[in-house]
Design a protein around this ligand. Structure first.
Ligand code: MHF
Ligand code: KIV
Ligand code: MG
Length: 272
């Protein structure tokens, strides 16, 4: 079995900044449970994101808005119990940080204390600057998230590419520089033209992790169930499927059904 290089024993926020300085790309995937996180960590991933995409992937909601802080903590604590090497970043869910900086800090502290995660991620730029500063001041590492920010889906109405207009592009670069200045250790850039994403990555010294942001950035993130081909209705252009688990699982489960019906399972060796 092939596994990725494991030059670093345990990934820290400092490791990621060093990786950018050394020109080594950063690999990141989501995970929401112990068993999957164990496989992802063992395969050599650098960063595991306990994404609020759990709202879609785990719970079947249409958007990321319904998932709660308690549910995020449940997922994150399951992931943390599985990992030996990866850095675990946890999304602050919608409604847990937008009201005011004190609420944001309280939510981030609950994640750190109750899940054992290593950092938090918040969607947005200057609107949430004070909240991010408050969290950073408590010693909690923060990853930013700019571009397509799914928690604001109802403001935009679509999941189309962001920052195609000059004004929006300039604001994006400004936000990225601001996040670096106040002390974020990395930024996720979602669904942005590749040329602009590269420009952002070149404008800051903290790593830019892209999803639908081209290959001129410092790392890539995908939703695990998408890249494994389990979420077969979801096929945006940026997604590469490394497996077709939807088909493989369907075949395996149908075969089990057939075997049970035919009294082929269990056989003589599979019973006591
Ligand atoms: N399974 C899953 N994968 C994700 O990448 C993901 C989630 N869920 N949930 C939270 C957010 C939402 N994200 C999204 C959602 C839609 C598109 C997207 O490109 N959708 C359409 C195009 C929409 C349009 O152009 O109007 C597509 O092509 O599938 C991209 C990222 C990323 N995140
Ligand atoms: C798509 C990634 C960046 C994310 O925020 C999530 O999975 O929730
Ligand atoms: Mg998210």
């Amino acid at each position: 079995m092939s596994t990725a290089k494991k030059e670093y024993k345990r990934i820290t926020v400092k490791t990621l900044v060093d990786m950018k300085a050394n020109g080594e790309k950063i690999s990141m995937l989501t995970a929401y449970d112990y068993t999957m996180a164990k496989i992802v960590d063992g395969a050599g991933i650098d960063v595991i994101l306990v994404g609020d995409s759990a709202s879609n992937v785990m719970a079947g909601h249409e958007t990321t808005l319904p998932i709660t802080l308690d549910q995020m903590i449940y997922h994150a604590s399951s992931v943390v119990r599985a990992i030996d090497r990866a850095l675990v970043v946890v999304d602050l869910p919608f409604g847990s940080y937008q009201s005011d900086p004190k609420e944001a800090l309280r939510s981030a502290i609950r994640i750190m204390k109750e899940s054992g995660g290593h950092a938090v991620k918040l969607e947005g730029g200057k609107e949430i600057k004070e909240s991010i500063k408050r969290i950073l001041n408590a010693g909690i590492p923060v990853m930013g998230h700019l571009g397509l920010t799914p928690q604001s889906i109802y403001k935009f109405g679509t999941y189309t590419v962001r920052a195609k207009e000059e004004e929006e592009a300039l604001r994006l670069i400004e936000d990225a520089k601001m996040l670096e200045r106040i002390g974020c250790f990395a930024i996720v850039l979602e669904k942005i033209p590749a040329k602009l994403a590269k420009e952002v990555a070149e404008s800051v010294s903290i790593p830019i992790i892209g999803i639908g942001a081209g290959n001129g950035v410092d790392g890539q993130v995908l939703v695990l169930h998408d890249m494994l081909g389990m979420t077969h209705e979801f096929h945006p252009r940026f997604l590469r499927r490394y497996m077709n688990l939807y088909e493989d699982m369907t075949n395996a489960i149908s075969q089990y059904v057939v075997d049970v019906k035919a009294v082929d399972f269990p056989n003589d060796n599979e019973q006591y």
